[in-house]
Write a protein that binds this ligand. Structure first.
Ligand code: ADE
Length: 325
């Protein structure tokens, strides 16, 4: 049994009674241990609340999932994926991810107690300023790259990377969230159903879990999955930070998928030349040819791209983020 750093009497995994290292009894938490406040996020089967731990006075984001809805919407697998990935990441010592402190349930609901990212998600920041300057783009995409290095080193793919899932903590450092679409790779290049129905390309197969605008071409058509799909999403996000909008946009999902598969997008005038070269090397149709896919552990070839000249990736989490104007 493990206890969290902040409260020695909180049990992270499992149930029942046991003892922590300092011999304090451990009990499973329950909703009465928290004061629930405002809603800070909503999904199809879950609501995220800001909540205060009555024992520690610490703020948390608590994701509350309705069991009935999970079963009705056949989202059991998604909930399991999120819990498994968050558990692995929470024990891995990286600051770039939302941490799962504990989970519990009552008759109707499941509760995920996570770290609260006070400054919300990245999307409103991009939308507010229209576009990030080079320093901001370098910094924030650099932190996302560090998060991906860590994730992929643990054989986890996020599969739904987008600005809405990049949260910002009180210091404006990133915390990647929402692992409901993630996949823990037992063996690299695992086989899965493609998103597009082979018989009817206008129809999604039921395996589609990600968000259309950032989805990679191979997730649409092929059966193999690899961490490279997150690098495609990174390319889309870098583009969006600079251009203000994601590269592939369409009112209809069918047209959007067509654009992605045809690499049909343009760079607006004045797009930073180094960033353009980097995005072009990430938005490559063949997942094996994307910049970084042949690297091991660290994405050295991305780190050493001219766009990141002079950026110290190893100390990003310790530096003051550049202000977003
Ligand atoms: N919305 C969803 N999850 C969140 C979190 N952990 N912190 C802040 N806002 C969120």
């Amino acid at each position: 049994t493990q206890a969290t750093q902040t409260s020695p009497v909180v049990q992270v995994n499992g149930g029942g009674q046991s003892l922590t290292a300092n011999m304090l009894p451990v009990t499973k938490r329950n909703p009465r241990d928290y004061i629930f406040g405002k809603v800070i996020g909503e999904g199809s089967y879950s609501t995220v609340y800001l909540a205060k731990d009555i024992h520690t006075n610490r703020e948390h984001a608590i994701k509350v999932c309705e069991k009935q809805q999970i079963i009705r919407e056949k989202k059991r697998e998604q909930v399991r994926r999120e819990k498994d990935a968050l558990n692995i990441l929470s024990n891995s010592g990286s600051s770039f991810f939302v941490k799962l402190y504990c989970t519990f349930q009552d008759a109707e609901r499941l509760y995920f107690v996570m770290s609260y990212a006070k400054n919300g998600d990245l999307l409103p920041y991009i939308n507010k300023v229209g576009s990030f300057d080079a320093a901001c783009t370098r910094f924030y995409s650099g932190e996302i790259l560090r998060a991906l290095e860590h994730l992929h080193d643990l054989n986890i793919m996020h599969r739904d990377l987008k600005p809405e899932n990049i949260l910002l903590d009180h210091n404006m450092h990133i915390k990647v969230a929402d692992f409901g679409c993630s996949k823990i790779l037992e063996q690299p290049d695992a086989v899965e159903k493609p998103i597009l129905n082979e018989n009817n390309p206008r129809q999604r197969s039921n395996s589609f879990v990600g968000t259309a605008q950032y989805v990679s071409p191979e997730l649409l058509t092929e059966k193999t999955i690899s961490p490279s799909s997150d690098l495609w999403a990174l390319g889309c996000i870098i583009y969006q930070m600079i251009a203000g909008l994601p590269p592939f946009r369409s009112r209809s999902e069918y047209m959007l998928f067509k654009k992605i598969l045809n690499l049909d997008y343009v760079y607006p005038d004045g797009f930073n030349a180094d960033a353009k070269d980097l995005v072009q090397k990430l938005l490559v149709l063949d997942p094996n040819e994307r910049l970084g896919t042949k690297d091991d552990q660290r994405y050295t070839s991305i780190r050493s791209h001219p766009f990141y000249n002079g950026l110290d990736f190893d100390t990003l989490h310790l530096t003051n983020p550049p202000p977003i104007y």
